[in-house]
Design a binder for this molecule. Sequence first.
Ligand SMILES: Nc1ncnc2c1ncn2[C@@H]1O[C@H](COP(=O)(O)OP(=O)(O)OP(=O)(O)O)[C@@H](O)[C@H]1O
Length: 241
Amino acid sequence: MTRTEEPAITVERLHVVRGGREVIPDLSCTVPAGRVTGLLGPSGSGKSTLIRAIVGVQQVAGGSVRVLGEVAGSAALRDRVGYVTQSPSVYPGLTVGENVRFFARVLGVATDDVDRVLEVVDLTRYADTMVDRLSGGERSRVSLASALLGSPRLLVLDEPTVGLDPVLRVRLWSLFADLAGQGISLVVSSHVMDEAERCDHLLLLRDGGLLAEGAPAELLERTRTDDVEAAFLALIEPGAA
Ligand SMILES: Nc1ncnc2c1ncn2[C@@H]1O[C@H](COP(=O)(O)OP(=O)(O)OP(=O)(O)O)[C@@H](O)[C@H]1O
């Protein structure tokens, strides 16, 4: 690991209050450039809230989030960051091609980019298929295609593999690795610990705090465990490892 690039994201002392409750009390972490970073933690640990802060839609009570050298959410990042929320935003009554073309127009991206992104997510043959005829995994890929419009440098994906069968999950993770190979930085959240092994870098969250950060192998070594789930438990209860 000899990369010396600036991190894609730097979070410093982030403090978020939602509904009058401190959901992220004081969080600092980094996301390396050109890698797949997994944001892992149980339900309610703050993954979506951190993602919202990264894409600049979360009101924050303190601290800073810098993305690709800019303040999170700044206008300069508009076409450099792709974001897919937990519920894929697709219009079931439109075809795959129409959906992606619609987002291209909203983003001000040339519509000839649509063919490229459909190819990347392997949906070219479904370009004229109505979205309501697609499987859950194919629908997620329509959303992902829209997030890839305009060649963003950072992709932020909130639980993209939820509800997908194992074959599709493996396919999506291999697509993420390919994108990272092209120099794109990815943040992928999941509460499925066995997906951690597919990441280059992990951020383990619990109760709105960072439990650990590092490459999967480093975490296993540090905790003397064989899988990330065991590492997570060992980090919560150090005596239990
Ligand atoms: N709008 C809101 N108002 C108040 N509290 C909220 C709101 N949204 C989320 N929370 C709380 O903030 C905490 C973190 O939620 P968040 O959605 O970030 O977790 P998560 O790790 O993404 O969970 P999941 O895996 O279930 O999506 C939770 O305790 C949740 O109840």
